[in-house]
Design a protein around this ligand. Structure first.
Ligand SMILES: Nc1nc2c(ncn2[C@@H]2O[C@H](COP(=O)(O)OP(=O)(O)O)[C@@H](O)[C@H]2O)c(=O)[nH]1
Ligand SMILES: [Mg+2]
Length: 200
């Protein structure tokens, strides 16, 4: 994928602020601190377009990144951060649920998990939620650079088993440090966006 342009257009706190130009959207979901922002930056060849943080639980908005004026990446606030209040968590749940279940432009959700560890119960819930609403899922198992290559497949198998992954759902081993898995990720994402320019 050739990235000609990438910009954040809105950090939305409510539905009224979502873009209105009907372009396809690919959302990114995952545990807080798993590497969503780093994934976006790596995919778009940008160092700091999506803010990365060593402090989890920061983003509480839906961040829309317009790419090649053709489609959006939507960074969804991470889940599983212990230090948020019940009220905050409920607000988070409502926002995510409304977006994921009611957004016509949403084509697929990239579920980011950590290749080093078995998916958390929250990861499993998110996967089940997406399957329940028949939202196509792409699993990205990131931070592959933190384990030896010889162990990747073994870890990927654990990811698939814990999620009880369905055959049609791709699981891609990825690293935002080294860029491994980037081409494969674009290939899979490309199927969900009608960006003919980008396929050149
Ligand atoms: N080694 C390594 N570190 C990563 C990778 N992806 C993210 N990180 C680190 O993990 C932390 C959280 O990343 P971030 O992208 O902010 O996570 P987010 O909360 O899901 O958006 C940061 O310190 C990143 O530098 C990766 O592929 N490899
Ligand atoms: Mg982030």
């Amino acid at each position: 994928m050739k990235i000609k342009s990438a910009e954040i257009v809105i950090s939305a706190v409510s539905k009224a602020q979502y873009p209105k130009n009907s372009l396809p959207e690919i959302a990114l979901a995952g545990r807080s601190n798993v590497g969503k922002s780093s994934f976006i930056n790596k995919m778009l060849n940008r160092k700091n377009l999506a803010r990365t943080s060593s402090k989890p639980g920061k983003t509480q908005t839906l961040n829309f990144y317009l790419i090649n004026e053709a489609f959006y990446f939507v960074d969804v606030p991470g889940y599983g951060y212990a230090k948020v209040s019940k009220t905050e968590r409920a607000k988070w749940g409502n926002m995510i649920e409304t977006y994921l279940t009611g957004r016509h432009e949403l084509k697929s959700v990239i579920l980011i998990v950590d290749l080093r560890h078995p998916p958390t119960n929250d990861d499993v819930l998110m996967y089940q939620f997406l399957k329940h609403y028949s939202i196509p899922v792409i699993v990205i198992a990131t931070k592959a650079d933190k384990i030896p290559r010889g162990k990747w497949e073994k870890h990927a198998k654990i990811v698939k088993e814990k999620l009880v992954i369905e055959k049609e759902d791709p699981v891609i081993i990825f690293s935002s440090e080294t860029g491994v898995g980037k081409e494969e990720a674009w290939q899979v994402i490309g199927k969900w966006i009608n960006d003919n320019e980008s396929k050149k």
